[in-house]
Design a protein around this ligand. Structure first.
Ligand code: KIV
Length: 272
């Protein structure tokens, strides 16, 4: 596939908005590397998130907190090199935007310049409003992220469903409206009650993209490795596995090990 292929219509933030307007659901997935991003893009996903879940999935950390801006840029640049059609959104990692709005702008500009991505995602509502406004003012599209925001995991004390109580639900609604007003192009809603997702999605004109947020978000996102069944231990109720790659990959590698031990590989035909 070529960058200049006229048959490929690039997905822009405007296209993402149009999908909501015409009532078509948005499909989104994470990707962190070139090879997987090629597959995700070729399969027709509209939005690829280079999530800071790379901290867990790629680096084996317990939380998303340790991943650095340099590491996010490395992952994002690899994904951008692979993608021909999807909109590529990159997480601003923990500690790269919460301090002040100048730091947020510097971080977002580094991501856009050094990776070639199309937008950034930032977690939080009113607390990070100034930072989001500053990034938006530089012409960088921003996706918000409310509900369970993993960068605040130590404040929440766990990964339980958020905004079940009226006060937190009300704040989430207000934060979502604020994110729309300041100019975010979309908002991720993570692990909140389905009824609240419906309320937020109905009250916003920008699209919501849900994870563990029920069927009424304007789009759905999952972590690629969870959907493919590579991460076997992670089994939240919201996750649907579309493959058992853990079994397929360990099976294939196990067969290779046996073949080497049994001197079945390589054969004469596989030698020079
Ligand atoms: O980092 C990530 O993968 C995310 C998604 C789960 C929305 O933020």
């Amino acid at each position: 596939m070529s960058v200049h292929n006229p048959d490929i219509k690039r997905i822009t933030t405007r296209v993402i908005q149009e999908l909501k307007t015409k009532g078509e659901k948005i499909s989104a997935l994470t990707a962190y590397d070139y090879s997987m991003a090629r597959l995700v893009d070729a399969a027709g996903v509209e939005l690829i998130l280079v999530g800071d879940s790379a901290s867990n999935v790629m680096a084996g950390h317990e939380t998303t907190l340790p991943i650095t801006l340099d590491q996010m840029i490395y992952h994002a640049a690899s994904v951008v090199r692979a993608v021909r059609r999807a909109l590529v959104v990159v997480d601003l990692p923990f500690g790269s935007y919460q301090g002040n709005s100048s730091e947020a702008l510097r971080s977002a500009i580094r991501i856009m310049k050094e990776s070639g991505a199309h937008a950034v995602k930032m977690e939080g509502g009113l607390e990070v409003k100034e930072s989001i406004v500053r990034v938006l003012s530089a012409g960088v599209p921003v996706m918000g992220h409310l509900g369970l925001t993993p960068q605040s995991i130590y404040k929440f004390g766990g990964y339980a469903v958020r905004a079940k109580e009226e006060t937190e639900a009300q704040k989430l609604l207000e934060d979502a409206k604020m994110l729309e007003e300041i100019g975010c192009f979309s908002v991720v809603l993570e692990k909140i009650p389905a009824a609240l997702t419906k309320q937020v999605s109905d009250s916003l004109s920008i699209p919501t993209v849900g994870i563990g947020a029920g069927p009424d978000a304007d789009g759905q996102i999952l972590v690629l490795h969870d959907l493919l069944g590579i991460t076997k231990e992670f089994k939240p109720r919201f996750l649907r596995r579309y493959a058992d790659l853990h079994g397929i990959i360990t099976g294939a590698i196990g067969q290779y090990v046996d073949d080497v031990k049994e001197r079945e590989f390589p054969s004469k035909e596989e030698a020079y």
